[in-house]
Design a protein around this ligand. Structure first.
Ligand SMILES: [Zn+2]
Length: 196
């Protein structure tokens, strides 16, 4: 359940006017979510209740802002790496180290960029962990697809799964590093959004 929804329900819960189902939802959520629990405690503490609620709302806003900043920064960095890779690739003479920059920079960055699209669907995932695992998986899928495309482009062969797998194998450290980065960064993103 989304933290925003829980926070809408907490005042009703505190006043004891919500349905049994809502009460159960709120209670279950409060056992798992530290920031909503603080929100609830602030609501039920009469002294400086308004101030505490305000402070928590402010923290929540800052977290949302940081999450957007993280997502935008990753889009920007990926685009930058792709642009630099394309420029270096274009300035390399045909036959001389041809496709080097494509495989070192363009393909991994494009694969990572593709997986960032998943971040727009963070709300569809039940938990932070499932979102992060799928983000990491999509990074691998993105790199395999882009690797296949690149090998097809350079060699003229069209055997997507095998060729993409071959790309991943020959760039195994970059691929692993990006999958781990994707997992950790998406975990941080979901945490900032207050996802359980
Ligand atoms: Zn929460």
């Amino acid at each position: 359940m989304n933290c925003d929804v829980i926070r809408d329900l907490i005042p009703l819960y505190v006043d004891g006017v919500c349905s049994d189902e809502s009460r159960y939802t709120v209670e279950t959520h409060l056992t798992k979510c530290e920031s909503c629990k603080q929100y609830y405690e602030a609501m039920t503490t009469p002294i400086e209740r308004e101030e505490s609620v305000k402070a928590i709302k402010k923290t929540h806003k800052i977290h949302l802002w940081k999450a957007s900043l993280l997502q935008s920064a990753l889009f920007f960095i990926s685009f930058l790496v792709i642009t630099v890779g394309v420029a270096l690739e274009a300035s390399t003479a045909v036959g001389e180290g041809n496709s080097h920059w494509a495989s070192v920079l363009v393909v991994p960055a494009t694969g990572f960029l593709l997986s960032l699209v998943n971040w727009y669907f963070v709300r569809l995932y039940k938990s932070r962990l499932s979102f992060s695992l799928f983000s990491a998986l999509f990074t691998l899928v993105g790199i395999v697809l882009c690797g296949s495309w690149a090998i097809w482009h350079y060699s003229g062969f069209f055997q997507i799964a095998l060729l993409g797998g071959g790309f991943v194998f020959s760039n195994i450290f970059t691929t692993i590093a990006l999958i781990v980065a994707s997992y950790l960064l998406s975990l941080l993103y979901a945490r900032l959004l207050g996802k359980e």
